[in-house]
Design a protein around this ligand. Structure first.
Ligand code: HEM
Ligand code: FPP
Length: 310
């Protein structure tokens, strides 16, 4: 970790600061996808075991957020969006964040192994490692493909949920992984298009900086086109059904339209409407993922009544 400028006086953290270390807003969607992975699996899980399993994923995800904030404190201190985070603002000591991240992730992995199975615990450990080490420590600062490869970390949670229930991996869990994996680039790059200068200032090699905004627009559309067959393909598996397919068709058309609109834009267009199209596409990306997983859940919930599924 390189130098960071923090207040060298007393660290005055409150509970909210420690909670913020866990990146709760982003992780809420991560935990939701894990919960869906667990609930749509064909093997019923005892509610208490299911609860403990999801708790472990939530704690592990939060812990990986704390490890990311510990490592990235120098970057975060240079970006307007992140300068107010607990470490760069001097409210939490870096060492404290590291200790919290290591303690919580170890706790979550061990508890998951004891309460469920080795595969689920292994996948959680790998995910924490992937986000904290492979993405944060290595890829983020070294390649504009950082979020494409690093995005795999965010794609594992439904696979962990599925593994808690079944003890295995399947085409369904691989496609849930694929859905988040292909979704991450358009999700993130649409955001990078309207917070561009921030990453530039911090020296993070985001695609917008290294290859320019036109290349980023092109990449958003390409990944979106790759995302559509994965999203529709998931609907053809045992966990899909008419509800999922209807949601997928509508949301893919919507997000595709957003990506197409971004692709057609110039910097002058962006200046003129203050990035309204990019901001809108970023918001659509959040609805997109939430509704796909929500629809999978609806299929599973209605199946006992003969309604969900094919
Ligand atoms: C490498 C992959 C990813 C990158 C680089 C990324 C980056 C970002 C950034 C920079 C924000 C801006 C706001 C913030 O910091 O809170 C954001 C927001 C968000 N991301 Fe991602 N993201 C990634 C993957 C994911 C994944 C896998 C999920 C969930 C499954 C997710 C869910 C969200 C949510 C829910 C928000 C909105 C948070 C809010 O309301 O403030 N992201 N993302
Ligand atoms: C179960 C488990 C361990 C889940 C982890 C899920 C995971 C890796 C989510 C990644 C989401 C995320 C906030 C990426 C942000 O990138 P960034 O950290 O570069 O964003 P920033 O600029 O906001 O710090």
């Amino acid at each position: 970790m390189s130098d960071i400028s923090v207040n060298d006086s007393v660290y005055e953290a409150n509970m909210g600061d420690y909670f913020a270390l866990l990146k709760p807003r982003v992780m809420s969607l991560v935990v939701f996808t894990a919960l869906v992975g667990l609930l749509v699996a064909p093997v019923p899980v005892h509610p208490f075991i299911g609860f403990v399993g999801i708790l472990c994923i939530a704690v592990g995800a939060g812990a990986s957020g704390a490890l990311n904030m510990w490592w990235d404190a120098d970057i975060d201190s240079q970006m307007k969006r992140t300068a107010g985070r607990p470490i760069p603002s001097g409210r939490v000591a870096p060492g404290e964040a590291l200790a919290i991240g290591l303690a919580l992730s170890s706790f979550a992995i061990v508890l998951l192994a004891l309460a469920t199975n080795f595969l689920a615990a292994f996948l959680l450990a790998f995910t924490v490692f992937f986000y904290a080490v492979i993405y944060s420590m290595w890829l983020k600062r070294s390649t504009p493909q950082n979020i494409v490869i690093g995005g795999a970390a965010g794609a594992f949670p439904p696979m962990i949920g599925w593994a808690i229930a079944t003890g295995g991996v399947s085409i369904e869990s691989v496609l849930m992984f694929g859905l988040i994996f292909m979704w991450t680039p358009p999700h993130f790059w649409s955001l990078a298009l309207f917070v561009k200068s921030d990453y530039g200032n911090a020296g993070v090699p985001m695609l917008t900086e290294t290859h320019g905004r036109d290349a980023t627009r092109r990449h958003i559309l390409i990944y979106m086109l790759l995302l559509v067959p994965v999203a529709l393909g998931l609907g053809l598996t045992s966990i899909g059904g008419p509800i999922y397919m209807s949601v997928a068709v509508i949301m893919n058309a919507w997000f595709l339209k957003g990506s197409y609109d971004i692709w057609r834009r110039t910097d002058a267009d962006c200046e003129a409407d203050k990035h309204a199209v990019e901001i809108n596409a970023f918001k659509v990306s959040l609805y997109y993922l939430f509704l796909h997983f929500g629809a999978l859940l609806a299929e599973a919930a209605l199946r006992p009544y003969g309604l969900g599924g094919w």
